[in-house]
Ligand binder design. Structure first.
Ligand code: CA
Ligand code: CA
Length: 100
């Protein structure tokens, strides 16, 4: 959304039938490379084999509720949203990307 197009922010709950779990506002227009990096950052392919499936679910489960995922490499990528803990928010990202 280009700078100055703030209509999206004016949506009310009744205008949107879904869940927004990651809202970011930048003061500049993102390049396609930056958008890709953000998408890649929230990648549920934890096992890194090119698809999101039960192998990734197993890794997520093995680190479940681990709250010592402070570095990007910690918890072997199971902390999908990089907030320091493997929890329901990571599971939501996993299910959003599973089978797609
Ligand atoms: Ca995988
Ligand atoms: Ca997390």
């Amino acid at each position: 959304m280009p700078i100055g197009s703030l209509n999206l922010i004016m949506l009310s709950a009744s205008d949107y039938d879904g869940i927004i779990d990651d809202l970011r506002i930048y003061n500049y227009e993102l390049s396609s490379v930056e958008i890709y990096q953000i998408f890649k950052f929230m990648n549920a392919d934890i096992y890194e084999d090119g698809r999101v499936d039960l192998k990734d679910m197993a890794m997520l489960a093995s680190w479940w509720i681990d709250d010592l995922c402070q570095s990007p490499a910690a918890c072997m990528g199971a902390d999908i949203n990089r907030d320091g803990v493997v929890d329901i928010d990571d599971l939501r990202v996993f299910f959003d990307q599973w089978l797609y």
